[in-house]
Design a protein around this ligand. Structure first.
Ligand code: PEP
Length: 252
C-alpha cells in the first residue's frame, strides 16, 4: 500500500436503510469525485448493500470495503460472512476491529485471526486501534501498544506492510470531539516508534496509518496537513456525498 497516496475510507456503518438509498449515495460519491485521481477513495457499506454499491462504483476508481468479516472461510457458521464471499463481490479492503465491534466483545486475538484470513486472500485489512479515554499518565499509549503488539505476534514484516492501521480514539468516534492535530501527530509518531520496536524502522515507515474520529469537511485539511497520517476513516460525514468528497479533496 503506497504511503504517499492519501487513503480515505467511508464507513457507512448500519446506514442507510434501503438498497436504493445506498445506491444513490454511491452514485453521489462517484459523481462528486469523478475527477479525483490523487487519493484512493473507498466506501464500506453494509454487507447487504455491497453488490449494488459495487455496480454503482464499477466505472470509477472508487474501491469497495466491507466493515467486518468472519475468520473462517466456509462451513457451518450460521450468520457469518467469509472473506471468500467478499472477494467474490469485489471487495478490496476489510475493516477489522472497529471499536463498535470490539465493544461487542471482539478480542485482539479474534482481530488477529481475521487479519491473517484477509491477507491470505490478498485483500487489505484496515485494523482499527485506539483507546476509550485519555489519562494524564499516558496509559492510553500502553493500550494502543498492546493492540499493535498482538498484531506483531501473528504478522511478519512482509505482512504488516500490507496492513492499514486506523487510529481511532473511541472518545472521538461519532462524538464531534475530533482529536487535535497535535494528538494525531503524537500518535502517528508513537505508532511508528512501536512498529520500529516490534519490526524495524524501514518496515514501520511503510505501514500506512490513517486517522478516524469525527473527521468533517471543516477540519479535514488541517488534520491531514498537521496530523501526519496518510488519510482518514470517516463515519458520519461519509453519509453525505458532498461532505465526503470535500474531505477527500482536503487530503492534499
Ligand atoms: C468510525 O466509525 O470509524 C468513525 C470514524 O466515525 P465518525 O467519523 O462518525 O466519528
Amino acid at each position: 500500500m503506497k504511503k504517499n497516496v492519501p487513503l480515505i475510507i467511508g464507513n457507512w456503518k448500519l446506514n442507510p436503510v434501503t438498497l436504493s438509498e445506498a445506491a444513490s449515495l454511491a452514485s453521489g460519491v462517484v459523481t462528486k469525485l469523478k475527477k479525483e485521481t490523487e487519493a484512493l477513495v473507498v466506501v464500506a457499506p453494509s454487507f447487504i448493500h455491497l453488490q449494488e454499491v459495487k455496480k454503482k462504483i464499477s466505472k470509477s476508481l472508487i474501491e469497495l470495503a466491507a466493515q467486518d468479516v468472519y475468520s473462517k472461510n466456509i462451513g457451518a457458521h450460521t450468520g457469518e460472512v467469509s472473506i471468500l464471499q467478499l472477494k467474490d463481490l469485489g471487495v478490496s479492503m476489510v475493516i477489522v476491529g472497529h471499536s463498535e465491534r470490539r465493544a461487542m466483545g471482539e478480542t485482539n486475538k479474534e482481530v488477529c485471526q481475521k487479519v491473517v484470513t484477509i491477507l491470505a486472500q490478498k485483500i487489505t485489512p484496515v485494523v482499527c486501534v485506539g483507546e476509550s479515554e485519555r489519562d494524564d499518565q499516558g496509559n492510553f499509549f500502553t493500550f494502543v501498544e498492546e493492540q499493535l503488539r498482538s498484531l506483531s505476534e501473528v504478522l511478519d514484516t512482509t505482512q504488516i506492510k500490507k496492513v492499514v492501521i486506523a487510529y481511532e480514539p473511541i472518545w472521538a468516534i461519532g462524538t464531534g470531539n475530533t482529536a487535535t492535530n497535535e494528538d494525531v501527530k503524537e500518535m502517528q509518531l508513537f505508532i511508528e516508534t512501536v512498529l520500529t520496536k516490534l519490526y524495524d524502522r524501514n518496515t514501520a515507515k511503510k505501514v500506512k496509518l490513517i486517522y478516524g474520529g469525527s473527521v468533517k469537511a471543516h477540519n479535514a485539511a488541517e488534520l491531514y496537513k498537521e496530523g501526519g497520517m496518510s488519510g482518514f476513516l470517516v463515519g458520519g460525514a461519509s453519509l453525505k456525498a458532498e461532505e465526503f468528497s470535500e474531505i477527500v479533496k482536503a487530503c492534499k
